[in-house]
Design a protein around this ligand. Structure first.
Ligand code: ADP
Ligand code: MG
Length: 628
């Protein structure tokens, strides 16, 4: 609870106490009025001031205005009757404030659980200077510096371990509670916490480019993107409040006039003005206005806790309608870590052809390139390579030791007019040509992610009707992966542009409100991520482009989380609709009862605060997603 909330709580308590005490002190006339006015202003002064400011600015139809009119009206009625019953106006203010207090508390609470993610923000990086460890601002650490991460500290910047071994707690990033063991040579990402031993890390990125900064940016921007349901509520409030005010005015004036003119009976102004004021109290749309953004907020928080970053409530809404899931193959369903399983028809030694290939690939970030470089095993001397050109979906060409080297699939060979020998083994085939002459091919194979099949099954359980795999890889490889994972459809040999075209076809062919999600790692598929109804990127291994282009980021690359994200979004949207229906329903009933004179102001304010509390509690449920 912050200072402001504490002050509010004290105000509520004192006012309530005074109201009770005054009820036992016999009083009348001006003294009584003064006593009650004191309590009234104590509890309601800020509302009255806000309402006054609103009137001056011409924005009269907000909650404060409604509350001010209703309570001032009730006070005036009590004066007019000389009944001395001022408690009603005070009670309305009191309950309204209790509701406001509760709401600010609840919003604060769910905000904190999102900002628990913010806790990953590192405050400093340890660097070694003249044999001493000094703390530096992570922003000022250059790429390639050596930093030291002590046990208990957060890894401030992405990098590679160069000395030491330890276990890392990555739960804030991925929701994964098992520690990850790392040792020399392993990549580690910022935001995880070093648990056991000191690590020396060579940074591979600047702080601003590191995972932790990326995540924080996403989280900070997420809740500002409004969903359609939220838009609906603000539009609704814009129509609803004036409508209610006009309704109240009619209720106050019309029946008395009818009484006088047509029925020649007493006007009963008092009764009808009172009913109109009640009507105003009931009409306050707070429950909706508050609980809907709060539900989305909690949904985003719940997803974040499990390692799924959703970039805005609008995406949560789209995600809940996802019926078609399209996967990229490499790096998404497979690990993207290729092993060389054969080298055929080579005109030079195995080592030599791998060396040429690895050097030609030295600038590519494609998983194939990474794998060839790993196979080569030695430090790459980049000065031997010039004129690198990467042709996405084909391969690369470069000049190595003044020989022109081409390295890629059959499309690349055809493009360059080089006769190649097709391969009969199943696997991704990398043809290599040197100085325009075919030099053989390297067969590499990728490993399917252990939980990819489960991910596809889970999606089906979550109501996804169609799964599709797109790949630039060879048909044979694609067929084998698709059948092993139980994927409905697959398309192979696609260039990046073909992938966009396929996704567009699938989008055109889907039913009405069904949505299509594309899951990829951003390598050769960032345009598709952007084109799909919702783009889901692999966060840990995915490229920066992917994280930019995507709407949802899976922090730990676990494809099972896609189904989880869909379930989280469904739960969140269900809660949103429950709240809308519940709040509007109760309002309508109360308005009717109020107009008929069955419900008085007390009941009205009770119903209002009650609905709000229930709606807010319901909204907070969206935060609990562990069991989905
Ligand atoms: P996927 O759709 O499976 O993610 P990509 O579209 O990234 O695959 O690549 C499609 C194909 O293009 C690869 O299977 C490979 O044959 C070829 N290719 C792409 N980039 C490279 C590269 N850097 N080196 C060699 N071949 C490549
Ligand atoms: Mg890919």
């Amino acid at each position: 609870m912050n200072k402001k909330q504490k002050k509010m709580l004290a105000r509520i308590a004192v006012s309530a106490l005074l109201m009770i005490v005054f009820a036992f002190i016999p009083s009348s006339g001006l003294i009584r009025l003064a006593m009650y006015l004191f309590v009234y202003f104590l509890i309601g002064y800020d509302i009255l001031i806000k309402a006054g400011k609103g009137i001056i600015r011409g924005q009269v139809l907000d909650e404060c205005f409604l509350m001010a009119i209703a309570t001032v009206g009730a006070m005036a009625l009590a004066l007019y009757d000389r009944s001395g019953d001022y408690t009603e106006a005070i009670a309305v203010m009191l309950f309204y404030q209790i509701g406001e207090f509760f709401q600010s508390y609840a919003v604060g609470k769910s905000r904190r659980s999102i900002t628990a993610l913010m806790d990953i923000r590192p405050d400093y990086a340890n660097i070694e200077r003249d044999g001493k460890i000094v703390r530096a601002d992570p922003d000022e650490v250059e790429t390639g510096s050596v930093i030291i991460v002590q046990p208990g500290e957060k890894v401030p910047i992405d990098g590679i371990v160069i000395e030491g071994a330890s276990s890392l707690n990555t739960s804030a990033l991925s929701g994964e509670s098992l520690p990850r063991e790392v040792r020399e040579g392993d990549e580690i990402i910022s935001g995880s916490i070093n648990m056991t031993r000191v690590l020396k890390v060579r940074t591979t990125k600047e702080f601003g480019e590191s995972t932790v900064s990326k995540i924080l940016d996403l989280v900070e921007n997420a809740s500002s993107r409004k969903s359609r349901s939220e838009d609906f509520i603000s539009k609704f409030a814009r129509v609803y409040t004036p409508a209610v005010c006009i309704g109240a005015l009619v209720l106050a004036i019309l029946p008395p006039l009818v009484n006088i003119i047509f029925l020649s009976s007493p006007a009963q102004w008092h009764t009808w003005v009172y009913r109109a004021l009640t009507f105003l109290v009931i009409s306050c749309p707070c429950a909706l206005v508050i609980s809907i953004p709060l539900s989305f907020f909690a949904g985003l928080g719940g997803a974040g806790k499990t390692g799924v970053l959703v970039k805005g409530s609008n995406f949560l809404e789209t995600l809940s309608k996802t019926k078609i899931v399209v996967f990229d193959k490499t790096g998404t369903l497979t690990q993207g870590v290729f092993e060389v399983s054969g080298i055929h028809h080579n005109t030079m030694e195995n080592e030599k052809i791998i060396e040429y290939a690895a050097l030609a690939e030295s600038a590519s970030s494609h998983p194939i390139s990474k794998s060839l470089q790993r196979k080569y095993g030695l430090e790459l001397d980049r000065s031997r390579v010039t004129d690198i050109e990467e042709i996405s979906g084909n391969g690369v060409t470069a000049v190595v030791d003044s020989h022109s080297v081409a390295c890629g699939n059959d499309k690349l060979m055809t493009r360059l007019g080089i006769q190649y020998i097709p391969c009969h083994s199943t696997g991704t085939i990398i043809h290599v040509a040197i100085d325009g002459a075919y030099a053989g091919h390297i067969v590499i194979s990728d490993v399917i992610k252990p939980d990819a099949a489960d991910a596809v099954r889970q999606l089906r359980k979550a109501g996804v009707t169609k799964t599709v795999m797109l790949t630039g890889d060879d048909r044979k490889v694609a067929a084998s992966v698709a059948s092993r994972l139980g994927i409905d459809e697959f398309y192979a040999n696609l260039l990046p542009a073909d992938k966009v075209a396929r996704v567009e076809e699938l989008i055109a062919g889907r039913k009405g409100s069904d949505k299509l999600a594309f899951v990829g790692d951003g390598i050769n598929d960032a345009p598709v991520l952007a084109r799909a109804d919702i783009g889901i990127a692999m966060g840990a291994m995915g490229s920066d482009a992917a994280i930019e282009a995507a709407d949802v980021v899976l922090m730990d690359d676990d494809p099972v989380k896609i189904a989880k994200a869909i379930k989280i979004s469904r739960k969140c949207l269900r809660i949103v609709y429950e709240n809308i229906v519940f709040a509007i329903g109760v309002k309508l009933i109360c308005l009717l009862l109020g107009a008929l004179g069955i419900a008085g102001m007390w009941l009205a304010i009770f119903a209002d605060v009650g609905v709000m509390v229930i709606a807010v509690l319901n909204a907070i449920r969206a935060l609990f997603v562990e069991k989905l």
